[in-house]
Design a protein around this ligand. Structure first.
Ligand code: 5CA
Ligand code: ZN
Length: 409
């Protein structure tokens, strides 16, 4: 699948800093030290509705990770998937009397436009679940040959007990896992499973639903977790630097993915670090397609909201916090954008060398974007109150804000 166009990332003077970030699997901070090519997998959308502010906030966090790496002169190998066949997509298409492929294509196209408008860096490989099926089938066959998968009425399940390290991503107890499994796409109540948590790897063809040739597995379609494992192993290999997503993916999705990959390869870990963004809410509840309490990026853009203001609204919150979208959040971001644009439109200003270091330091400190914004606010306030004589300063601020925060002034 094609991704979206990259906006240019200006080079900055001096050198960037290594990123210290919270790792879900250890519950502690870790300093990431990737090689010259940093490898990151970020879980993509299930395209049955438009990009909402929750999605945008999560993708913003991982865009910052990449911008920090680029600032250290590393290359970034970024992979993202599109879950373009899954229960929620098929259900939504059915409800709307729409063709599921047309719905997925339309919403994926809108997502690309939203990501482009928000200046999110595109993945090098943008891969749909459907196009990954030929790579998924042999992985499920191998898991079965290894004794890590079993059949139940034609469906194939992964046995969580086959991975001695199962549980090491989310570190949850059995009861918490059971509750989350039921909530997030699992089927712990289905009779006949070896362990209620066992996730489906391959679902046998159902009447009226799309299915593909699964070789020795029979016709069917892939489970959710094996989709991301197949794509990540194909394009990044084991031991890549970061797997990212919202906090609702830590269990079961990232836990199961890690176990699939570890059993398949006999190696650990799948990802060196697991990073999760907080949940954005609206009216007190997590913004979600299933609840329908959504603010869409595309709807704001249609209303004439500047995408740079949307991006500043996201950056005003720490990526790990759960926060609430309100009109006030957007208004504050629009005001800040106005102040920053006025400050950089002057021919000179206070020196910005220290500011660049402050933004770098804030982002390297577990992506503290609110601290980075506060630093730019202080420079803009100094520009307004006293000004300065440094002719390079406004340009340097524009480039730093663009390169490190993805905001075009
Ligand atoms: N296709 C799968 C991942 S393989 C999926 O979870 N798709 S999604 O469309 O439901 O979500 C896409 C990304 O947005 C995920 O990382 C998810 O954790 C994140 N996300 C969803 N809702 C919110 C929210 N309210 N706040 C923050 N992030 C969210
Ligand atoms: Zn995923």
């Amino acid at each position: 699948m094609y991704a979206w166009p990259a906006s240019e990332v200006p080079a900055l003077p001096g050198s960037g800093r290594d990123l210290s970030i919270h790792d879900t699997a250890t519950g502690r901070r870790t300093t990431l030290t990737p090689g010259p090519v940093a490898r990151i997998y970020v879980c993509g959308i299930t395209p049955y509705d438009a990009t909402h502010m929750g999605h945008a906030a999560t993708y913003n966090a991982f865009d910052l990770v990449q911008r920090v790496w680029l600032d250290t002169k590393r290359q970034v190998h970024y992979v993202q998937n599109v879950t373009d066949v899954d229960d929620p997509l098929l259900e939504r298409a059915q409800e709307k009397g729409d063709d599921w492929t047309a719905l997925a294509e339309r919403e994926t196209a809108l997502f690309r436009e939203d990501m482009t408008a928000l200046r999110m860096l595109p993945p090098r490989h943008y891969i749909g679940a459907v196009e990954a099926i030929p790579g998924i089938v042999p992985l499920v066959e191998r898991l079965r040959d290894l004794g890590a998968a079993y059949e139940l009425e034609g469906d194939i399940y992964f046995s969580v007990e086959s991975d001695p390290a199962f549980g090491s991503v989310s570190r949850l107890d059995a009861e918490a896992m059971r509750l989350l499994s039921a909530e997030r796409g699992g089927d712990p109540e289905r009779p006949g499973k070896k362990n209620p948590l066992d996730p489906m790897l391959w679902m046998a063809a159902r009447e009226g639903e799309p299915s593909w040739d699964g070789g020795s597995l029979g016709r069917g379609r892939p489970g959710w977790h094996i989709e991301c494992v197949a794509i990540a192993l194909d394009h990044l290999g084991m031991g890549f630097d970061v797997q990212g997503g919202g906090s609702d993916l830590a269990f079961p999705h990232h836990e199961m993915g890690a176990s699939h990959a570890q059993v398949l390869t006999g190696e650990r870990p799948f990802a060196k670090t697991y990073v999760h963004a907080g949940m954005v809410a609206l009216d007190g509840e997590k913004m979600s397609k299933s609840k329908g309490n959504l603010v869409f990026v595309s709807a704001l853009r249609r209303d004439g909201v500047d995408p740079a203001a949307i991006r500043l609204a996201l950056l005003a919150h720490h990526y790990r916090s759960d926060w609430e979208w309100t009109d006030g959040v957007l208004r504050e971001a629009e005001e800040r954008l106005g102040r920053w644009r006025a400050a950089v439109s002057r021919p000179d200003g206070p020196s910005a060398d220290a500011l660049v270091e402050e933004i770098r330091e804030a982002l390297a400190d577990d992506l503290d974007s609110p601290a980075a914004l506060a630093a730019v606010d202080r420079w803009a306030a100094a520009q307004t109150s006293t000004g300065g004589t440094d002719e390079g300063a406004p340009g340097l601020v524009s480039r730093a804000v663009d390169a490190l925060l993805g905001v075009a002034l």
